[in-house]
Design a protein around this ligand. Structure first.
Ligand code: PLP
Length: 389
């Protein structure tokens, strides 16, 4: 059976070129990057090269790059760090109601500690406006955190304009760019980004390694308490092979971004058009054009996302659902509900996210299988009106 992996927003395959660069650091170059001897210094050289690769990819300085354990850790470092560091200035944070749980659950934890958080509501496409941010800022606002692109619906936020509003009021701006890096150009200087989170496994790098970009002059406390690694900004022995892999992966992703994203947009739009042409009563979730090149998210009315996923999986296709049933809760995704979808429609959602290795044949295969799956499930659905197939 054909195997088609369309869950690249969850994680991507490790690029063979990245693995090749990592392998020496998993074998011969095993020194601790903080050790002064030659074994350690060989590892240190790998880490510092990766720091330069990351800095170049986002137009930062190497000294502004902190390696972390994942995107979640980078997000948490910013939120908890800002709350602690700027406690004297204020107690108010602004974010959106469609952020990843790495942001939302950290904000909820901060609220329990007495901070105030404004969750800006998105419009029907999943966007907020800079004016909403401007209106929400108060003298007590210490941080605005808005994701660069949404992990479920792929919507791309107006980050540069939001950053500019924050700076008018002297407020720091953080963006969770975990889904954006490698897909859309990110220039921290040109966009006015003060802090940014990324994660290697979303752009064909290894799992378990992330980056926090902190603009020069900002120095948040380390979230992981311990040794003096990363110049005291993140304790813990460096994941040298992971860091080397992240550096190589971001270099590859940004070097080929224009070409890859053109190809992905072509495949994405073919998939969107094909689904709309072959399945009646579907709704594309997220903005039609202001969306990541690799993201397709549809609600297929009258059927369950989980059943769609199971049947796709039986046909060799890996996708993801907008609903959180798999994580033990029957609540539909907070992102889809934030768009104004009813529970019923949100439950029938499926996310298909392309990777560098997705081919046109993969898309053709999905366009052959998905309409049949929808048709079969609708035939069994007690809520599907007669005549809708
Ligand atoms: N932020 C966003 C937007 C994400 O999509 C994810 C992962 O899905 C994360 C944060 C968390 O990243 P990590 O898996 O590296 O902790």
């Amino acid at each position: 059976m054909r195997k088609v992996y369309l869950d690249n927003a969850a994680t991507t395959a490790l690029s063979p070129r990245v693995l090749e660069k990592m392998t020496p650091y998993l074998t011969g170059i095993y020194g601790n990057a903080s050790s002064p001897h030659s074994f350690g210094q060989a590892a240190r050289a790998g880490v510092e090269h990766a720091r330069e690769q990351v800095a170049k990819a986002i137009n930062a300085e190497p000294g502004e790059i902190v390696f972390t354990g994942c995107g979640t850790e980078s997000d948490d470092t910013v939120l908890f760090g800002a709350a602690e560091r700027y406690a004297k200035k204020g107690d108010h944070i602004i974010t959106t109601n469609v952020e990843h749980h790495a942001i939302l659950h950290a904000c909820a934890a901060l609220e329990k500690r007495g901070l105030r958080v404004t969750y800006l509501p998105v419009d029907k496409d999943g966007l907020i406006t800079p004016e909403q941010v401007r209106d929400a800022i108060t003298d007590k606002t210490i941080l605005v955190s808005v994701m660069a692109a949404n992990n479920e619906i792929g919507t791309i936020m107006p980050i540069k304009e939001i950053a500019s509003v924050c700076h008018e009021r002297g407020v720091l701006f953080h963006t969770d760019a975990v889904q954006a890096i490698g897909h859309i150009p990110i220039d921290v200087k040109a966009m006015g980004i003060d802090m940014l989170s990324m994660s290697a496994h979303k752009f064909h790098g290894p799992k378990g390694v992330g980056v926090l970009y902190e603009r020069k002059g900002i120095r948040l406390p380390s979230y992981i308490i311990g040794g003096e690694q990363e110049k005291g900004r993140r304790a813990g022995t460096e994941n040298v092979a992971g860091i080397v892999g992240l550096g190589e992966a971001i270099e590859l992703a940004t070097a080929n971004m224009e070409e890859t994203s053109k190809r992905m947009i072509m495949l994405r739009d073919k998939l969107i058009a094909g689904i709309e042409a072959s399945i009646p009563e579907v709704k594309l979730n997220g903005h039609r054009t202001k969306r990541l090149p690799n993201n397709v998210n549809f609600s297929i009315k009258y059927i369950e996302g989980e059943s769609i996923l199971l049947m796709l999986d039986m046909n060799g296709i890996a996708a993801s659902s907008g609903s959180a049933c798999t994580s033990g809760s029957l609540d539909p995704s907070h992102v889809l509900l934030a768009l104004g979808l009813t529970h019923e429609v949100a439950h029938g959602s499926v996310r298909l996210t392309l990777g560098d290795d997705t081919t046109e044949e993969d898309i053709d295969y999905v366009l052959d299988v998905l309409p049949k799956v929808a048709h079969r499930l609708r035939a069994m659905s007690p809520i599907c009106p007669a005549g809708v197939k």
